[in-house]
Ligand binder design. Structure first.
Ligand code: ZN
Length: 168
């Protein structure tokens, strides 16, 4: 899969330029045109509320199938949900979020529902990857990369190891 470059004009062209309501947020018409719920292949848990199960991935309709494939591959890689949980790959940090990149005025790819955060607690923004510290498993990084997604752990200016985006 070829995803757009992580630049405003490419993201607008590929994923759709936001139409904003008076409150400065995307209109419900824009959201229903571009985002859709996809069923997750295994139940996820909200990383900030471990009692909350997530069974739907609310993401851009152009990335949903790829994201479902990725979670199917993660499940197949670990073999079962118990092993997925041991690897903390059920800890969901969110997909769609209309917001700028932290410390910047550039819109995050989350604003198009084209990125996902996994296990944010062990993979905090700014912390360089240390595979021996229980951070993002490289096997999972490779699964995302095989679908053309970019891993935030390789961001030049500031690593973001929880983050994967369908934009290069
Ligand atoms: Zn993120």
């Amino acid at each position: 899969m070829t995803w757009p470059k992580d630049k405003r004009e490419n993201l607008d062209a590929f994923y759709g330029r936001h139409l904003l309501a008076a409150n400065g947020r995307p209109t419900s018409a824009w959201l229903s045109e571009h985002l859709k719920n996809f069923t997750a292949p295994y139940p996820l848990t909200l990383s900030w509320d471990l009692n909350a199960q997530v069974t739907k991935l609310y993401c851009h309709k152009l990335v949903g199938e790829s994201l479902v494939n990725i979670f199917e591959k993660i499940l197949a890689h670990y073999g079962n949900i118990t092993e997925v949980r041991k690897a903390r790959m059920h800890l969901y940090g969110g997909v769609y979020n209309y917001r700028p990149i932290k410390g910047s005025n550039r819109l995050s790819t989350h604003a198009w529902g084209a990125s996902i955060d996994l296990d944010p607690e062990r993979n905090p923004l700014g912390k360089a990857h240390d595979p021996n510290a229980g951070m993002m498993p490289i096997d999972v990084v490779e699964i995302f990369e095989a679908e053309g997604w970019k891993w935030g752990g390789k961001f030049q200016n500031r690593p973001d190891c929880m983050h994967f985006q369908a934009a290069t």
